[in-house]
Design a protein around this ligand. Structure first.
Ligand code: KG4
Ligand code: ZN
Length: 349
């Protein structure tokens, strides 16, 4: 029953968790969100992010251990996000994890951030991985990434390069979350604006405005959201000049959201069929979107699972669980690899 300490600091959440690996049980999760710090700038400022991680990482470790009723001596494995992300932010987590692992002679596992998202649906739902049909399609829909990955079996069996070897589609430009956030900014919502669009869209008409679903008739499984972003920004500016923005905001939100959700569903469906997938695992911050969940629950022909809402956005628990699966495969770092572990800002895998 290994106890895993998971550390996530790749972007603007400083998050630490204690997870009991075998049962995927989250014993504690302590997260310091930097959202308020970055809000005045309309996006994440890397230097502010890394400085704040430095201040909050130790309090988050202490809090996660205390809430789980344990201490560093009882932790069996340390897992840390080392790729991809903001290099200064990643370095804070990586350096801290290395120091703890080296000083206490604990095994250290380096985790790809997207692999963390990929396993997030399994947190606190013991037995779920065994129940799903395989191959499974993992749709990772976050603020920084939108990609489709085919997983051959349960997470314990995933090849080390799953995110490269299983990749069947990805965004050629903006990620879905990025499109939500950039359009939300033009509409005047604070960063990150995805959830505000989701909320206001509930009282809007999704058919009022038509925005492009790029590449929808093409054979590719890739996405493109930059055309939609530009079309929405131009429409919003036009309506603002007419003095109608406040009246039209809910319809604009609903129409934008419908276009993003449609664009995602078109490619997810194609990928499920082409790869004869037996289930769909939808993860990442945008998987919290209520319309996307509703659409998939209504239209998806294979069993579909999502993470609990607290595990959709970046968190240390998903890193701990991904680290546990890699540890179980014997992929902990040897002493030299531990000392040499670095942060990789733009690693594909
Ligand atoms: O996975 P995540 O925490 O960050 C990355 O790893 O990139 O996802 C954050 C993204 C942001 O773009 C945010 O606006 C979006 O997830 N998001 C949503 C919702 N909740 C979070 N987008 C649409 N609807 C939501 N309810
Ligand atoms: Zn993320």
């Amino acid at each position: 029953m290994p106890l895993v300490l998971g550390i996530e600091s790749s972007c603007d959440e400083c998050s630490v968790s204690v997870v009991e690996g075998e049962g995927a049980r989250v014993l504690s999760l302590a997260t310091h969100s930097q959202v308020k710090l970055h809000q005045p700038y309309g996006g994440v400022v890397p230097e502010i992010a890394s400085r704040n991680h430095l201040e909050t990482i130790h309090p988050m470790i202490d809090e996660a251990l205390a809430r789980a009723g344990t201490n560093l001596g009882s932790i069996d494995v340390i897992a840390v996000t080392n790729r991809p992300g903001l290099v200064g932010a990643l370095l804070v987590g990586v350096t801290t994890a290395k120091a703890i692992a080296y000083a206490l002679k604990k095994p250290l596992v380096a985790v790809h951030h997207l692999e963390g998202h990929a396993v997030s649906a399994f947190l606190d739902t013991p037995g779920l991985a065994q129940k799903l049909g395989y191959p499974a399609l993992i749709a990772i829909v976050s603020g920084g990434h939108t990609c489709l990955v085919v997983a051959p079996g349960q997470p314990q069996t995933w090849p080390e390069d799953l995110l490269a070897s299983g990749l069947v589609g990805r965004s050629r430009d903006d990620a879905a979350g990025e499109a939500f956030d950039k359009i939300a900014k033009v509409l005047g919502f604070p960063y990150p604006g995805g959830k505000f669009i989701d909320e206001l869209a509930r009282s809007g008409n999704p058919k009022k405005y038509h925005f492009p679903r790029a590449l929808s008739r093409k054979e590719t499984l890739d996405f493109s959201f930059s055309g939609l972003k530009t079309a929405a920004a131009m429409e919003i500016e036009k309506i603002r000049k007419q003095g109608q923005l406040e009246n039209e905001k809910a319809d604009l939100c609903a129409s934008v959201q419908e276009a993003i959700v449609d664009a995602l569903w078109i490619k997810i469906k194609l990928a499920l069929d082409r790869n004869r997938c037996g289930s769909l695992i939808l993860v990442g911050g945008v998987s919290a979107n209520s319309r996307l969940r509703e659409k998939l629950m209504g239209e998806c022909h294979v069993p579909t699972v999502f993470p609990k809402s607290e595990y959709c956005t970046d968190n240390g628990a998903m890193i701990a669980l991904a680290g546990f699966f890699r540890y179980a495969q014997g992929r902990e770092l040897g002493k030299n690899a531990l000392l040499g572990l670095s942060a990789l800002p733009s690693a594909r895998y």
